[in-house]
Ligand binder design. Structure first.
Ligand code: BG6
Length: 470
């Protein structure tokens, strides 16, 4: 049976301002936390020394190349493009009373270009960056005042782009705060769980408050949350491993629970009590949290295993630690490849929340080879994406309401965890290496035509892989 995707399925790709735009200080832009992470979010932030090389300062220079890039995305038939607004282009320090008009004008031009090409903008308000000034002078999300600064920024862009942007996301991978608290919250690395969860609480309240503002300012828009989702399988069928898998999944399900159901789940309250974490939560906060998102979005790259046995805890893979699953292969960066895990995840989220779902990141980071004839035959990427999309189709057949799919990095960009160009995700190659050499020329890979066909056939050209006999 062929996979059936809904007729209005939002096919596309996803990027983020700090990983593609470059122009890090152009037209009044302020410095963001990302500008202080030259080696990626896996590594502690550093000083910005004058003249020191930072790949993201130029990235792929989307800031100046976007008309060409949007034309290429339109050539693949994109219905949507997910990108983010850099908060520091709009409010360079974060605490100004008035926005920076040049920054607002840039996104006006960008969204106009997308719409002209039939591409709906899907916009993340905060993707792994915040004004560095707010970190230095206010303590980032550790300070309750940051909620109001974020609300001012969000309200400004809702009002400005209300006729252009109908799809919004609040915080990218909001659960990343548990792994990189500087990246997500502007807190010093190694901050205590008490400090981290209080800052997360401020962010959850901010998210709910801007959901409310979006509903008020753009009544016909949809706004969702965004979580890095990673299913955990018990490493064995020992009941302790099953409970450990549940415990690990609740670390990120917690964010969905709050943002979809509007209150803190009881299992989290127990965890806070056991860890002596006492959060300042006002009655107004509890009220605000009740404004839930319209849809749930997530990134999915891999699954992991969970074991209650401390001896089995050796981990591989970056950002999110993993226990090796003997049935799965892994990418060159140790991320375990598990297409069936996506179907499992979609069903689990649908059963739990009954809200529409959106896969806003999925893809394979790999080293690409340019052949002598100039082609890039990225069959490994095609296989990865095909197999995941087949499983998304299976989930739709199971009854899951899936709004769309935006593959990560439809054009090569600077990776988030390790800030390198060598880890390429794109259908479009960009001539730039880890040292910043290259012409920035764009070149279609084999996967470009493949994705074009997938979209044109609304998933009809996907090929179901053979089952491995199990
Ligand atoms: C997600 C992020 O974690 O994964 C993206 O939202 C990131 O910003 C993507 O780029 C892939 O990770 P990486 O480290 O390979 O770029």
């Amino acid at each position: 049976m062929k996979t059936q995707f809904p007729n209005d399925f939002l096919w596309g790709g996803a990027v983020a301002a700090n990983q593609v735009e470059g122009a890090y200080n152009a037209d009044g832009k302020g410095l963001s936390t990302s500008d202080f992470q030259p080696h990626g979010l896996m590594y502690p932030p550093g000083e910005r020394k004058p003249g020191e090389f930072n790949l993201k300062d130029v990235a792929i220079d989307f800031y100046h190349h976007y008309p060409q890039d949007i034309a290429l995305f339109a050539g693949m038939g994109f219905k949507t493009l997910r990108t983010s607004i850099a908060w520091t282009r709009i409010y360079p320090n974060g605490d100004e009373q008035q926005p920076n008009e040049a920054g607002l004008a840039f996104y006006d031009a960008l969204f106009d270009e997308m719409l002209k090409n039939g591409i709906q903008p899907l916009i993340t308000l905060s993707h792994y960056e915040m004004p560095y000034h707010l970190v230095q002078h206010y303590g980032g999300w550790g300070n309750r005042q940051t909620i109001a600064f974020f609300e001012r920024y969000a309200t400004t862009v809702f009002e400005r782009y209300q006729h252009k942007v109908k799809w919004w996301l609040t915080f990218n991978e909001i659960n990343c705060a548990l792994f990189s608290c500087f990246t997500a919250l502007g807190l010093p690395p190694g901050s205590s769980p008490q400090v981290v969860y209080q800052a997360i609480h401020h962010q959850l309240v901010a998210s709910a408050r801007v959901v409310k503002a979006c509903h008020r300012i753009i009544p016909d828009a949809k706004i969702g949350n965004m979580v890095a989702a990673m299913p955990y399988y018990p490493l064995t069928c020992h009941p302790d491993d099953v409970l450990e898998a549940q415990r690990k999944e609740r670390e990120w399900l917690f964010f969905f629970d709050v943002q979809a159901r509007g209150e803190y789940p009881s299992y989290m309250q127990r965890r806070f009590d056991e860890q002596h974490i006492l959060l300042q939560i006002s009655a107004q906060d509890r009220d605000d949290l009740q404004e839930t998102v319209d849809f749930l979005s997530f990134s999915y790259y891999m699954s992991s295993c969970a074991s209650a046995d401390p001896q089995k805890q050796q981990a591989t893979g970056n950002i999110l630690n993993m226990i090796h699953n003997p049935y799965l292969s892994a990418s060159d960066w140790g991320w375990q490849i598990d297409p069936a895990g996506l179907r499992h995840l979609l069903n689990m989220l649908w059963d739990r929340y009954r809200k529409p779902l959106f896969i806003v990141e999925n893809g394979l980071g790999a080293k690409d080879q340019i052949e002598e004839d100039g082609t890039i035959r990225d069959d490994y990427r095609i296989a990865y994406l095909n197999d995941h999309l087949v499983q998304a189709g299976e989930a739709i057949a199971d009854g899951v309401q899936l709004l769309g799919y935006t593959s990560w990095g439809p054009i090569d960009l600077v990776s988030a965890s390790t800030a390198e160009m060598s880890k390429r995700y794109g259908f479009i190659h960009v001539d730039r290496d880890d040292e910043g050499n290259g012409t920035l020329e764009r070149r279609r890979k084999k996967s470009f035509t493949w994705y074009q066909q997938v979209i044109a056939s609304n998933g009809g050209s996907l090929v179901k892989p053979e089952l491995d006999g199990r």
